[in-house]
Ligand binder design. Structure first.
Ligand code: XIL
Length: 483
């Protein structure tokens, strides 16, 4: 069952009413944009590239016919997601009969404008043709694998990344009981990832969902799954945070949440950003929207494995929001006359200020936060070197009432076959989520043992585990023993 507030349950439709004046204003606005001197910092894509990221958008085939919109998209964005054209209902409308024409049009537009493509998507309970629901459960796996293999093979070498599984989670952190789950249980996700990897070994493979941007039950469910997929060596490479926000409601734990997934060795990306406002939008709401867009961009810049940000659309006149969330609109960085809004300026300013580390470090190690809103503790605590192992804790992020830390465990002069790190919290702190280790807690005493996959360390080698916690950031004295 879908949750009652799922966006896909709402009526679809788009506000397309535009007067001649708006069209003329739009053309003029784009002409001005094109005439601007080519500075590295004058477009989202140039500024994002200077920070080792991309800035993307989503377009449908219908959008491709709207000159002002595509000109703006081509000028500002270097990554493109097809709005609908690669979904199952578009690509395999009846069993075994594939149609890649509309998706190909999106790909060729991207290629002719120097944009990469995020493939979206291979497996999703929504926009799924009715015939899939009628397949005998013992044939669903074969049907799913054939769909993935055929589509990912068709687009092999043309997509940077695939949203292999889209929106698999319920709000409470359990998996949706869709046809794929009913046929294969939670294994369908690993099966889908493996099929996609076999078809296109170079594509980055993502799980993508909404309402997983903050640390909450839903993102915790996905976190546990991601952790276990990584531990089993399933080809999962990234997590997509859709980020369909309401103005003023960007979760404060966005950065910490992306960081914990990054610490598993995964890329992270903001995949479908919009920030809707109850209409009519007033100027303070548009300013707040700017603050929101700045926060999202800064969160991505602060996480070294955050590869980029994509807005779900270009301008307010062609966004999916008004048709899906009645009464809401104005969610994009440009208004319906293609004029930039405070959100555009804020996103560009965020990209152009600061000196965060480039994205996509190949190793699963985390980078300290560089967000101005966080106050990481510079002084790590450590056990003396010389024993079987040593452990060092550092705070990588903090916010009112919580913090995130990373512990590096290093083997001494001999290899270890397992490790145990212990400490005592000084002031009532409590761990809310821990990764790359298993914890047991007794009052203020914490014991963390290695996970199944990171216990063996060669002499001098190290590994990390991390956690988010409630309370004031602290770096207590650690002991490390082996095993
Ligand atoms: C939306 C499209 O923008 C609409 O045109 C369509 O009617 C419904 O789907 N999460 C996703 C996207 O992963 O595929 C959805 O796109 C928006 C929510």
């Amino acid at each position: 069952m879908k949750p009652p507030n799922h966006p896909m349950d709402r009526p679809r439709g788009r506000a397309r009413v535009r007067g001649l004046a708006a069209v003329l204003a739009a053309v003029a606005a784009v002409a001005v944009g094109v005439a601007m001197p080519a500075q590295a910092a004058s477009t989202l894509k140039a500024s994002a590239e200077a920070r080792g990221r991309y800035f993307g958008t989503a377009l449908t085939r219908g959008d491709l016919g709207i000159t002002a919109e595509v000109n703006l998209a081509a000028a500002q964005f270097d990554m493109l997601t097809p709005g609908n054209e690669m979904k199952w209902d578009a690509t395999e409308p009846s069993r075994g009969s594939f149609n890649f024409g509309p998706g190909d049009q999106i790909v060729s537009f991207a290629q002719s404008h120097g944009m990469r493509v995020r493939g979206h998507n291979l497996v999703w309970h929504s926009q799924l043709p009715a015939w899939v629901g009628g397949v005998a459960l013992n044939q669903v796996q074969g049907v799913m694998e054939n769909h993935i293999t055929t589509e990912a093979t068709h687009y092999k070498g043309k997509v940077y990344a695939w949203d292999v599984v889209n929106e698999p989670y319920n709000e409470d952190g359990t998996l949706r009981q869709d046809v794929f789950y009913k046929a294969m249980g939670s294994n369908y996700i690993a099966i889908a990832l493996r099929a996609a990897h076999a078809a296109d070994p170079d594509a980055k493979l993502y799980i993508n969902d909404y309402n997983i941007e903050g640390i909450n039950a839903k993102s915790n469910g996905l976190y546990s799954l991601a952790q276990s997929l990584v531990a089993q060596g399933v080809p999962l490479h990234g997590i997509g945070f859709e980020s369909h926000f309401i103005v003023g409601q960007v979760p404060s734990s966005l950065q910490a949440n992306m960081q914990r997934f990054a610490d598993l060795g995964l890329d992270v990306a903001i995949t479908e950003l919009d920030d809707r406002i109850q209409m009519p939008a007033d100027s303070s709401e548009l300013q707040q929207q700017g603050t929101d867009y700045g926060k999202v961009v800064n969160a991505c810049l602060a996480v070294s494995r955050c590869v980029g940000v994509s807005q779900w659309g270009v301008d307010d006149g062609h966004s999916w929001i008004p048709g899906t969330f009645p009464g809401y609109g104005a969610a994009m960085m440009w208004d319906s006359s293609y004029q930039p809004k405070p959100a555009y300026t804020a996103a560009l300013n965020a990209l152009n200020s600061g000196t965060s580390s480039p994205s996509a470090s190949p190793s699963p190690s985390s980078s300290p936060s560089s967000s101005p809103s966080s106050s990481p503790s510079p002084s790590p605590s450590s056990t003396p070197i010389g024993g079987a192992c040593s452990a060092t804790m550092k705070t990588t992020n903090s916010w009112p009432g919580g913090f995130q830390s990373e512990v590096t465990v290093q083997a001494g002069s001999a290899s270890v076959g397992g490790w145990t790190v212990k400490w005592t919290w000084p002031g009532g702190q409590s761990i809310s989520s821990l990764w790359n280790g298993t914890q047991s807690v007794s009052g203020s005493s914490v014991t963390v043992r290695n996970a199944s996959y990171n216990g063996s360390l060669a002499a001098g080698a190290s590994t990390t585990f991390g956690f988010t916690a409630n309370g004031t950031a602290a770096t207590p004295t650690l002991t490390c023993t082996s095993p």
